[in-house]
Design a protein around this ligand. Structure first.
Ligand code: 5CA
Ligand code: ZN
Length: 478
């Protein structure tokens, strides 16, 4: 079998679901053949994208958070303490009941999220005003017995890359500031992945169990549905009261603390792959590409000179901190282009005898497909400038895509019609029963109330016709 024939073929991205599943395999992101539903295996290539993406998250958080790690197993009594929280997670939590063949005295929960592992320790650690604000995070695996359709990177039973931050503050307002800060951090994180996001306040009935309110960030997927790619929750003093997290204030009084928590999972990688990928495979922003430049020697004569020149360029790029690979395998150039385009390599350099004569290389960009001759002289800075342009181009393309798929509607029929194509922005009277009825009538959920509100004067709720209290997003979601 020739190299070319052996390659599995990638469906068109228009058939998003098939394209996504095939691409994860062909581009060696994850292997989905692990024999437990909702658990998947990282290929090293995919794991490197994860590593590079999460090092951006760490860079942003480490400015004023500290990273740590709490135990995976949570004793039943602690898990069962916060009523709303249990209600929200009781159907999703996995239990460990045995050690070997002997039943455990106390059943242990596999953390679905870590509030009930962390907050008993916060009770011990937070004593005085001076201990606040406390801002810790961990990047761990968590377990949720998801009953909805599981999908790699999108809906897992083992979330392998769960970044959860848990902060403690002296007042409700300081915690509210932290929730907004979390959204700013997430917006910056996703900008670095060239992914534009929408942030909005989830409706009461869709907030995190035990929270006062939830602000979520959503990205647009190619099929017009949205993906919740991060959430930040104001926990009020609900958990502080349950876990007795108090501090001594300046008058010597014991005061309940106020808290937030905010999380991102490997869904960020589902968004990365889905937002930028195309019919040839992955398209990666340079900052998170495992291979940033691939050098293809074009050899039909003077092989030694060409290979030596390729080696020199590779060294120069490596010295400039660029991840570079030279593909000097005996594949035909076309097969090489196919492979590295599939892997989303942002820049390909072709170097042949003619290029040597011109002291140049042919640079092909993965995002635009453009090819141009660039001088070998000072090639590392040319490449780095091009990286910046690739990132800018990917972000502006994705932003245009998002903008084109937000439809301002006012009537129910128009809302239903536009929902098939993307996100609807409309109005709402703000009444819960009307909101829930509207969700039933249109068959999609209220995504949330965006922070920046347009003028709602004279606008009516599409269902009950009353004065609109807010403008809202409605979308079909993952
Ligand atoms: N089953 C899942 N698979 C993959 N990602 C998930 C799954 N469930 C939730 N997530 C992601 O994890 C983020 C945080 O989860 S959460 O339930 O909303 N929030 C918490 O657990 C809070 N403790 C903040 S860390 C969500 O915004 C979503 O992007
Ligand atoms: Zn209404």
């Amino acid at each position: 079998m020739g190299e070319q024939e052996k390659e599995a073929s990638l469906p068109s991205k228009n058939n998003f679901s098939e394209w996504y599943n095939e691409l994860l395999q062909i581009a060696k992101i994850m292997d989905v053949r692990y024999p437990v539903k909702g658990l998947y295996v990282w290929h090293p290539f995919g794991f490197t994208i994860r590593k590079k993406s999460y090092s951006i998250m760490r860079e942003l958080l480490d400015r004023d958070h500290e990273e740590t790690m709490f135990p995976l197993l949570i004793p039943e009594a602690e898990f069962m303490k916060e009523a709303q929280h249990i209600k929200g997670f009781e159907d999703e939590v996995y239990w460990v009941t045995h050690g070997g063949t002997s039943p455990l005295e106390v059943n242990l929960a596999l953390r679905p999220t870590s509030e009930t592992a962390i907050y008993p320790m916060y009770k011990l650690w937070v004593r005085s005003h001076a201990d606040l604000p406390l801002r810790l995070y961990q990047i761990v695996n968590t377990f949720r017995y998801e009953t909805k359709h599981t999908r790699p990177l999108i809906r897992l039973r083992e979330i392998t890359s769960f970044k959860e931050a848990h902060t403690v503050h002296a007042t409700w307002d300081e915690a509210a500031w932290q929730v907004d800060e979390a959204i700013r951090i997430y917006t910056e994180f996703y900008r670095r992945l060239a992914i534009p996001i929408l942030s909005s306040k989830r409706p009461e009935w869709d907030k995190f169990p035990g929270a006062d309110y939830t602000i979520a960030v959503d990205s647009l997927m190619p099929d017009g549905r949205t993906l919740q790619v991060g959430t930040a929750h104001h926990l009020g003093d609900n958990f502080a009261k349950t876990f007795e997290i108090t501090y001594e204030d300046s008058e010597g009084e014991q005061v309940y603390a106020h808290q937030t928590c905010y999380g991102v999972s490997e869904r960020c990688l589902a968004a990365l792959i889905s937002t930028h990928g195309d019919d040839k495979g992955l398209v990666l922003p340079p900052e998170v590409a495992p291979v940033q430049v691939v050098i293809i020697p074009i050899i039909f004569k003077k092989p030694e000179e060409v290979l030596a020149a390729c080696e020199k360029v590779a060294e120069e790029l490596k010295d400039a901190g660029i991840n570079v690979k030279t593909d000097d395998s005996d594949k035909r150039p076309g097969a090489k282009y196919y492979k590295w385009e599939m892997q989303g390599v942002p820049i390909r350099l072709e170097i042949g005898p003619r290029d040597l004569k011109n002291k140049a290389a042919m640079m092909a960009r993965r995002d635009t497909g453009e090819k141009e001759q660039i001088p070998l002289e000072d090639i590392a800075s040319t490449i780095k400038d091009t990286f910046a342009d690739v990132h800018k181009n990917l972000y502006s393309q994705a932003e245009a895509q998002l903008r084109e798929h937000i439809f301002l509607c006012e009537g129910l029929e128009e809302i239903k019609d536009k929902l098939a194509h993307g996100i609807v922005q409309t109005y709402w009277c703000g009444k819960e029963d009307c909101g829930k009825e509207m969700e039933d009538v249109i068959g999609a959920g209220i995504l949330g109330i965006p922070g920046e509100q347009p003028d709602c004067k004279g606008k009516k709720c599409p269902l009950c016709g009353e004065e609109a209290a807010n403008s809202i997003y409605i979308a079909r979601t993952y």
